[in-house]
Design a protein around this ligand. Structure first.
Ligand SMILES: Cc1ncc(COP(=O)(O)O)c(C=O)c1O
Length: 384
């Protein structure tokens, strides 16, 4: 059975609020002096449900939240968050007025944006604080120092615009234990900030650190660490975990998400039966399977067809055949007495067994970030 709060849904995610708070407290303890921590709660809090997550992080000591878009910022304001809020993704000039009204920090890298932000802030007679994105090697948003300096000078023309800080993002810190590229990005970021300061534009906030840098290198913390994946109790990668161990860092992260469904039907198949679309699995002996009311529409990745396991009665049941849009099938031949309504864990712990996001991600050929983020936002998130 699913909890009552799941309503008419056939799967739900239980979110361990205490684990989220614990992770934030743990990360906060590792901060360099003078640094604050921002919890990255974009993409429905990496799939954990933003309404549950932001409160747990603020309770745990986060003094900033980061999102990708203004509509996510709007959701947080509507939900009662009135603290520091940084929109890291693209804010189109057409949305400038909303940015001022929502009182967010905006990532800025373009004159067209500055014109629109300047006009909107003057019209509303309200300040708008801008963080300039610096290009240090990721080749995503951002400006090299010459253009950044020009933009910061240009910002001064607008009475309500405030140049508050600088930001950049690591390209290659979690995919490797060779951190030479990341060190070079840090060097460039520091140099650019020095040049801005020497020209009379000292950034009040400098932010480069993500989760990996937050754990590995205090010298990247500056005024603000933007931590995402670690807030949710997951490591950015195995390489990052190994790097942390090599540096003697012992960080206790606790995963917070359990995704559950129920058995929809149980049936016995004869030897030689094929299962699901494309007949990709054929039984070699009498086989008992269950049908589960979850599919790729819900975010259960189709690429785990014939690969993943789910947990039933505390035991592993292999997925058989292809994941369908709204259903999938699992083999319970070795698990006695399974019946309709029994609880099934797709991700998380049941008894002594656990399916981690990393394991499911490996079956899907992707990373833990994508795995939890892709769970449909319509699947209820229930705080426990
Ligand atoms: C600009 C920016 N900052 C910070 C983060 C957080 O990264 P992580 O989840 O690795 O901590 C992200 C994540 O995608 C990001 O895009």
């Amino acid at each position: 059975m699913l909890p009552r709060e799941a309503g008419l849904h056939r799967s739900c995610c239980l979110i361990d609020r205490a684990a989220l708070k614990h992770n934030m407290e743990t990360l906060k303890k590792g901060l360099a002096p003078g640094a604050a921590i921002a919890a990255v709660v974009k993409s429905n809090a990496y799939g954990h449900g933003v309404k549950i997550a932001w409160r747990a992080f603020v309770e745990g000591g986060a003094t900033w939240l980061c999102v990708d878009s203004l509509h996510e910022a709007q959701d947080l304001r509507d939900d009662g968050y009135d603290g520091n809020l940084f929109v890291m993704g693209h804010v189109p000039p057409a949305h400038a007025k909303a940015a001022v009204e929502l009182d967010v920090r905006v990532m800025c890298y373009d004159r067209g944006q500055v014109d629109a932000f300047g006009a909107a802030s003057s019209e509303l007679s309200k300040p708008l604080r801008l963080i300039i994105k610096l290009e240090t090697g990721t080749q995503r948003q951002g400006l090299k120092i010459g253009d950044a300096l020009e933009l910061v000078k240009y910002i001064q023309k607008f009475p309500y615009l405030v140049f508050e800080g600088t930001c950049t993002h690591f390209a290659n810190i979690e995919d490797t234990t060779d951190h030479s590229f990341a060190y070079e990005q840090l060097r460039i970021f520091s140099e650019y900030n020095d040049i801005l300061t020497a020209n009379g534009f000292k950034p009040a906030i400098r932010t480069i650190a993500n989760s990996a840098a937050g754990i590995l290198w205090p010298n990247t913390h500056f005024e603000l660490v933007r931590a995402g994946i670690t807030c949710y109790g997951m490591w950015p990668s195995t390489e990052c975990y190994v790097s942390a161990k090599l540096l003697g860092k012992d960080v206790d992260l606790r995963p917070a998400l359990t995704w559950k469904t129920v058995v929809a039907q149980e049936k016995l198949l004869e030897t030689g039966s094929v299962i699901g679309y494309g007949c990709t699995y054929q039984t070699t002996h009498p086989t008992r399977i269950v049908v589960l009311p979850v599919g790729y529409y819900d975010g259960y990745d189709r690429s785990v067809s014939n690969l993943a396991h789910v947990l039933i009665h505390g035991k592993r049941a292999p997925i058989r055949g292809r994941i369908c849009m709204n259903m999938c099938m699992a083999d319970v031949t070795d698990i006695p007495d399974v019946k309709m309504g029994d609880e099934v864990v797709l991700l998380g712990r049941q008894g002594d067994e656990v399916i981690t996001a990393e394991q499911l991600a490996a079956w899907a050929g992707t990373i833990n970030y994508e795995l939890t983020t892709q769970i449909q936002s319509t699947v209820p998130r229930i705080a426990v």
